[in-house]
Design a protein around this ligand. Structure first.
Ligand SMILES: Cc1cc2nc3c(=O)[nH]c(=O)nc-3n(C[C@H](O)[C@H](O)[C@H](O)COP(=O)(O)OP(=O)(O)OC[C@H]3O[C@@H](n4cnc5c(N)ncnc54)[C@H](O)[C@@H]3O)c2cc1C
Length: 339
C-alpha cells in the first residue's frame, strides 16, 4: 500500500516588521508552513518603541490610521486583544511662525502599552528566528536557500520566499536573482528621519500633546504619556522632517541633536532640563507611485511586501503583506501531496 503524506508548502519570510508579520499570519491561516527571519532582537521594525530600564518612548511610527475595511477588521481584533487603542491628543500646528489650533475628525490609533504591541501580539503565533540577518539568497532546483550573516547557511530549504524589508535593503538582497526589483526600488525615494527622545522629570509646559510643524527642521513633536496605557517618566518624541533628515543623515549624533533641540527651543519647547537620546532612521519613509500593493515573481516563487509598495505607513504595510499572502495562495495550492 502506498502511504500518502501531506507536506505543507514552505515559505521563508525575511523581515518581521508589520508587513512580514501580516503576510506570515495570513499564509499560516491559509495552510502554509512559514518561517520568519529577523535581523534584530525583536519584532515590529519601524513600528517601534525604545525601551531602557528607566523610560520608554515610541520612536518610529507615532500613530496609525485605519481606512480600508480589511485593516479595520484587523484593528478590531487588536483592540479586542488590548494591544491597540484610540489616541485623542490635543493637537496644534506650527505654520508661518505661529501656532494654530488643529481640527480634524481623523481617528488615530496606537499600540498599547507600546507601539510595538500589535506586532508582538501577531508574533506570538509565528515561528521567528531573531538575530538573523539574511545576506544571501539563492534559488536552486525550485528551492530557496538562505544564508545568515550570524549563523551561515540556513539548513531548511523553502518553496517560496517573501522579502519584507525597506526598498533599498530588498534591492541589495534580491537584485542578483531578480533584476526587475532594481527598476521599481529605484523609483522609491526612501528618506531617513532623525528622532530625538527627551525625558523630563516634570511635565513641560506645552499647550499640546502632539504638534505638526511646518517649514522648520522639526516636523513632529509628541508626548508619549498622552497615549493610552503609558506609564513611567514623562517622555516626548521629536522627529526632524524627512527632507532635512535625509540631507543631514551623515551628521554626528550630537550635532543633529543640537540642531533639532535649538529648533524646538525656538518653537517654545525647551528641552534644556531633559535627558536626551537620539536615533537615526536611515530608511524611514517613502513609497512607489503609482501604488503596486506588493510584487510577485511567479516564475521564481518570490514575493515582496512592505509599506514602500503600498502607500507607506502602517496600514499600507499590513495590507501589503496580507494581499501578497492571498496572491501566493492563489498561485500555489497550499498542500503538496507526496505519494
Ligand atoms: C520615524 C518614523 C515615523 C513614522 N511615523 C508613522 C506614522 O505616524 N504613521 C504611520 O502609519 N507610519 C509611520 N511610519 C512608517 C511605519 O513605521 C512603516 O510604514 C511600517 O512600520 C513599515 O513596516 P514594514 O513591515 O513594511 O517595514 P519595517 O518595519 O521596516 O520592517 C522590516 C523588517 O525587516 C528587518 N530586516 C531588514 N533587513 C533584514 C535582513 N537582511 N534580514 C533579516 N531582517 C531584516 C528589519 O529589522 C525590520 O524588522 C513612521 C516610520 C518612521 C521610521
Amino acid at each position: 500500500m502506498i502511504e500518502h503524506q501531506s507536506i505543507k508548502t514552505s515559505v521563508a519570510i525575511i523581515g518581521a516588521g508589520i508587513a512580514g508579520l501580516s503576510c506570515a499570519t495570513q499564509l499560516n491561516a491559509l495552510g502554509f508552513q512559514v518561517q520568519l527571519y529577523e535581523k534584530s532582537r525583536g519584532v515590529s521594525g519601524r513600528m517601534s518603541t525604545r525601551n531602557t530600564d528607566e523610560w520608554s518612548a515610541d520612536h518610529g511610527a507615532q500613530y496609525f490610521t485605519a481606512r480600508d475595511p480589511v485593516f479595520i477588521q484587523e484593528l478590531n481584533k487588536w483592540m479586542d486583544a488590548d494591544v491597540a487603542a484610540i489616541w485623542n491628543p490635543r493637537i496644534k500646528v506650527y505654520r508661518a511662525n505661529q501656532w494654530h489650533e488643529h481640527s480634524s475628525s481623523e481617528k488615530r490609533y496606537v499600540g498599547i502599552p507600546a507601539m510595538n504591541s500589535p506586532g508582538r501580539y501577531l508574533a506570538k503565533s509565528l515561528p521567528i528566528q531573531f538575530n538573523q540577518t539574511i545576506d544571501r539568497i539563492a534559488y536552486e532546483n525550485g528551492k530557496w536557500l538562505l544564508h545568515s550573516q550570524e549563523t551561515g547557511d540556513i539548513e531548511q530549504q523553502f518553496d517560496w520566499l517573501v522579502v519584507a524589508m525597506p526598498a533599498p535593503q530588498a534591492q541589495i538582497l534580491a537584485e542578483p536573482i531578480d533584476k526587475s526589483i532594481e527598476e521599481i526600488a529605484n523609483h522609491v525615494d526612501m528618506q531617513g528621519c532623525w528622532t530625538v527622545m527627551a525625558r523630563f522629570t516634570g511635565k513641560p509646559n506645552a499647550p499640546f500633546d502632539a504638534a505638526f510643524v511646518n517649514d522648520e527642521i522639526i516636523s513632529w513633536i509628541s508626548r508619549n504619556n498622552s497615549k493610552p496605557n503609558r506609564t513611567g517618566p514623562e517622555t516626548w518624541t521629536i522627529h526632524a522632517n524627512p527632507q532635512w533628515s535625509q540631507e543631514s543623515i551623515e551628521l554626528e549624533k550630537d550635532e543633529a541633536s543640537k540642531l533639532i533641540l535649538d529648533c524646538a527651543k525656538k518653537l517654545g519647547f525647551d528641552c534644556d532640563e531633559a535627558n536626551i537620546a537620539i536615533h537615526r532612521w536611515r530608511y524611514a519613509s517613502g513609497y512607489i507611485n503609482p501604488i503596486l500593493g506588493f510584487k510577485l515573481r511567479e516564475d521564481l516563487n518570490l514575493g515582496f511586501c512592505g509599506d514602500w509598495l503600498n502607500g507607506g505607513r502602517v496600514e499600507g504595510a499590513w495590507l501589503s503583506g496580507f494581499k501578497l499572502a492571498n496572491e501566493i495562495s492563489i498561485k500555489q495550492p497550499h498542500l503538496i501531496n507526496k505519494g
